[in-house]
Design a protein around this ligand. Structure first.
Ligand code: HEM
Length: 463
């Protein structure tokens, strides 16, 4: 009898031929990798060592999963598969805070659209309207009180006003700029010898320059503004979070206030000018609301797109057949980018929803005030909705993924994000079809940030 073999990905119930040599084996489930993992005894000559599965079969669904841990981030898709199949409501831990995680597609949609779930924590718990769970300095409070943390009717009022500013003309005007900017960057990078960090050298500047233009930031201020934005990507973890809250955010606030002042006195065609002037039935954004909105747009529009571009480059390089097909049939870019958002999107969980009354889900009662996080990335791999959910298929149709959220808070910048990503990827791969990872993919690290799927860096060679 040979040794136990690790045979991931085999879902057949029957004894089957050994994939590595001779013999037949029987499956004995021992846990979950990207799929359930089985060991088998086999008479074959070849032997492969049995690796520990990412999730032991006997993992107690009542135990909290540490969402900040490297172990979780290194095996996210295994955890999602486990949640989808074994624990549709389970507990996650964010630092010391416990949250309920829901993973199935229909459950995520329900949590994001059923009025029994609310964004405003205090209101959901029947305790006034403040949405901050901890004290925040006054100077930065306004930045954090955005519509993404509000419910209707407050949310609807703010969203209507910002919708007015996102005119098709204002967004459409950006598409030529994205073309020019990304092509200029690619041309510059192409001349460099040796590997580049795709994240910092390409995926970061494209959306940050576009956001700067959307906000009408003068060209000579862009680099100062970009440094501030970098603080958010690098600085929102651990101790540096404190520095960000006490110092960096004040700087950002001052910068935005100055910008708003200038735009008030001389408005342009940009979205910030539109926002200042946006009016609905005599209603306007107050100065603090305007500040929060600008901040939300900056964070929402920049970090997300930058990581979608980075994740997408990795996915395309790892699926050379799909990439080749895209380069041969450029009309497939639109559906490819939707599939990239589903398969490799940057947002894995939404902001927390709170139960406004007791809600029972899959036999578990969530008491009023319970924090619930819909795991969008798990829902996007739910086999009840997506055929071969782990496969990357640029022609997938239908593809009603949840990568841009669902319900009242559905992404406001979806069109802009799809356009930016399509243009940035198309220009990059058409100019550099030989682009390849410059490192062993196993050495690529993900940032352990809850709700996100973001690489720390992506070293590539362009030729
Ligand atoms: C790849 C790019 C993007 C992805 C994957 C993405 C994803 C999302 C998701 C999942 C949500 C819902 C969050 C929740 O329910 O808590 C959301 C909301 C939002 N997104 Fe995006 N986003 C992207 C780009 C953008 C861009 C470019 C902008 C604008 C410039 C933007 C602006 C917003 C805003 C303002 C909201 C909040 C909407 C509300 O509360 O009503 N996003 N986005």
């Amino acid at each position: 009898m040979g040794k136990a073999l690790l045979c991931p990905g085999i879902l057949s119930k029957k004894a089957i031929d050994c994939p590595v040599g001779a013999g037949r084996y029987h499956r004995v489930p021992i846990g979950f990798q990207a799929r359930p993992v089985y060991v088998a005894e086999c008479e074959g000559e070849k032997e492969i060592p049995v690796a520990a599965p990412a999730i032991p079969l006997d993992f107690d669904p009542k135990r909290a999963i540490d969402l900040n841990s490297k172990a979780f981030h290194a095996n996210k898709y295994a955890w999602y598969r486990w949640m989808l199949e074994e624990a549709p409501v389970c507990t996650g831990k964010v630092s010391v805070v416990k949250v309920k995680l829901v993973s199935r597609y229909d459950d995520c949609k329900m949590v994001l659209s059923d009025p029994r779930f609310m964004r405003n924590r205090a209101r959901a718990r029947g305790k006034g309207s403040g949405s901050m769970p901890f004290p925040v300095p006054k100077a930065v409070k306004a930045l954090a009180q955005s519509m993404i943390l509000e419910d209707d009717p407050e949310h609807r009022r703010l969203r209507n006003l910002v919708n007015k500013a996102f005119t098709p003309r204002a967004v459409g005007a950006l598409s030529d700029r994205v073309e020019d900017l990304s092509q200029e960057l690619v041309d510059e990078l192409e001349d460099r010898s040796g590997p580049i960090d795709l994240l910092n050298d390409y995926a970061r500047p494209v959306p940050s320059l576009i956001i700067s233009e959307m906000m009408g930031i003068a060209p000579d201020e862009v680099s100062r503004f970009q440094k501030m934005l970098k603080v958010f990507s690098d600085g929102l973890q651990g101790l540096s979070m404190l520095r960000t809250v006490l110092w960096d955010l004040r700087q950002v606030r001052r910068f935005i206030e100055e910008l708003v002042e200038r735009k008030r006195s001389s408005p342009g065609q940009d979205i910030l000018s539109n926002l200042i002037l946006a009016e609905e039935e005599g209603d306007r954004l107050s100065p603090d609301e305007l500040l929060a909105m600008v901040f939300l747009l900056i964070i929402g529009g920049f970090e997300t797109t930058m990581h979608l571009i980075t994740n997408s480059v990795r996915t395309l390089v790892e699926h050379p057949d799909e990439l080749e097909r895209l380069l041969d049939e450029p009309k497939l870019w639109d559906s490819a980018v939707e599939e990239l958002v589903r398969h490799s999107g940057p947002i894995h969980g939404t902001k927390l929803q709170y139960t406004a009354e007791d809600v029972t889900l899959h036999g578990e009662t969530l008491a009023r005030g319970t924090a619930v996080m819909p795991m969008l990335a798990a829902a996007n791999r739910d086999p009840r909705v997506f055929e071969e959910p782990d496969a990357f298929d640029i022609t997938r149709s239908p593809n009603h993924h949840l990568g841009f959220g669902f319900g009242a808070h559905f992404c406001l910048g979806r069109q802009l994000a799809l356009m930016e990503t399509r243009v940035a990827l198309k220009n990059l791969f058409e100019t550099c079809p030989g682009l390849a990872l410059a490192t062993d993919p196993r050495s690529l690290e993900l940032a352990p940030m809850v709700g996100w799927h973001r690489h720390k860096a992506l070293p590539v060679r362009l030729h």
